[in-house]
Design a protein around this ligand. Structure first.
Ligand code: AMP
Ligand code: GLY
Length: 420
């Protein structure tokens, strides 16, 4: 089989590395990829917004299966576009991708299908939003409706903060804003729950816990994710039954009632409040760094699973996982999530020897003249599998210390809730 993975982050390097182990693979491409994917796949420099160029490449190279990593092309309808040409694509279509692309689409679906989520209001302008906020309860949560790379969410402790959030959103900080969403603040513990779906059958695809804040102790600004561990400490059979019956299945029924279906990974960001799951958000893809954390635990051939999904045969596949704990630490450029230096040389990445329980997945890196440079905010992911989270984290830290790069930083407390 010839497979192309679309995207360039740590998630995509993990997908490429895992699919590379498939017994039925002839050639693998990553569009556009990074320095890490270039070692194990052929990188192809195409802008993922240019669907016609993506299709031309797929057609010219007779690609059998396309796997879409990031949300933007999904929300823009790349699956619908490629399927018109009979390309096999793993990922949800444009309508289903609104689960991530529009928070208001998801909230309305929750309302219609009684899916537990924070109480909310939708406001179309600053005046109405501020009138409501004048007498609202605090803390509350204010969100831009559009895709904002995890940054369009404000937790507001008082009126002043909430007015500033409303101003920033309507002034276009996250692109043109037609609405804001004001939500009740849910106090509980977060958990990410993943499924994979072929449109008819769904299977669990593990749980994880991300660390979104930039500083230790969950302080500082929000980021794309500074590290994760899997499984979540919260998951048990009873909770999983509730997540499936109260959240995932009604959502998929909602899509069926709209005349569509869900094919791909679905990531439910949940708040668990006194053993009850509430939906915070959906993402229509694997998480990053959750993907890098979860995939090393997979024992079943990933290419087989993804192909089965495109053929509506997921029911025939038994997905198996190792029982080990997985922990991932993200190494970032100093300054992230604000400004940081780009094109900084990382010296000795090629000299790493990793055993079967240790993994390095690249994110913002590029190769030039056989040298590797840091180009992004999140640069490298270090993952270790072990019998317990503390050992996994110690292994990761040992590995990071061998790296000759003083332009980076990382959170040393990833997994603090599961490590004493
Ligand atoms: P989102 O982009 O919707 O996932 O929000 C980003 C982060 O904000 C989440 O991971 C939560 O930590 C927090 N958050 C969002 N909505 C709520 C809520 N209603 N109550 C408490 N925390 C929230
Ligand atoms: N790690 C959070 C996300 O992928 O959205």
């Amino acid at each position: 089989m010839k497979i192309a993975i679309l995207g360039s982050g740590g998630r995509e390097h993990a997908l490429v590395a895992t699919i590379s182990k498939s017994s039925n693979l002839n050639e693998i491409f990553c569009v556009p990829g990074n320095a890490g994917t270039s070692k194990i796949a052929t990188n192809v420099e195409i802008d993922l917004n240019e669907f016609d160029k993506v299709y031309k490449f797929i057609n010219d190279h007779s690609i059998d299966l396309v796997v879409v990593g990031p949300e933007q092309p999904l929300v823009n309808g790349i699956v619908d576009y490629l399927e018109k040409f009979n390309v096999k694509v793993f990922g949800p279509n444009k309508i289903a991708s609104q689960l991530e692309g529009s928070k208001i689409f998801t909230k309305k679906l929750c309302q219609e299908y009684n899916i537990p989520t924070a109480n909310f209001g939708i406001f179309e302008n600053k005046v109405d939003a501020k009138n409501f906020l004048d007498n609202a309860k605090y803390p509350n949560v204010i969100k831009a409706d559009n895709l904002a790379a995890g940054k369009g969410v404000y937790i507001c402790n008082n009126k002043q903060e909430s007015f500033m959030a409303v101003d920033e959103i309507f002034n276009g900080k996250f692109g043109e804003a037609k609405n804001v969403l004001i939500e009740e603040f849910l106090k509980g513990e977060e958990m990410s729950y993943f499924i994979i779906s072929d449109g008819a059958t769904i299977k669990s695809f593990e749980t994880a816990q991300d660390h979104k804040r930039v500083l230790e102790g969950d302080n500082g600004k929000n980021t794309g994710g500074m590290g994760a561990y899997s499984p979540s400490r919260l998951i048990n059979d009873d909770l999983e039954d509730k997540i499936l019956s109260k959240i995932i299945k009604p959502t998929l029924k909602g899509l069926t009632d709209m005349g569509t279906e869900y094919k791909g990974f679905l990531y439910a960001g949940l708040m668990i409040v006194e053993d009850e799951p509430y939906l915070i958000e959906y993402n229509v893809r694997m998480g990053d760094p959750e993907c890098q954390t979860i995939l090393p635990k997979l024992k079943t051939d990933l290419a087989e699973i993804l192909e089965a999904c495109c053929n509506k045969q997921l029911a025939d596949i038994n997905i198996e996982w190792t029982n080990k704990k997985s922990l991932c630490v993200v190494l970032c450029s100093k300054g992230y999530p604000d400004t940081f230096q780009k094109n900084v040389l990382i010296n000795n990445l090629d000299n790493f020897t990793l055993d079967e329980n240790n993994f390095i997945f690249h994110a913002g890196t590029k190769t030039e003249n056989n040298k590797i440079y840091a180009t992004g905010g999140r640069v490298l992911n270090f993952i270790s599998l072990s019998d317990d989270f503390l050992k996994a984290r110690d292994e990761v830290h040992q590995c990071i210390k061998k790296l000759d790069w003083n332009g980076g930083f990382y959170r040393r407390d990833i997994g603090f809730k599961v490590i004493d």
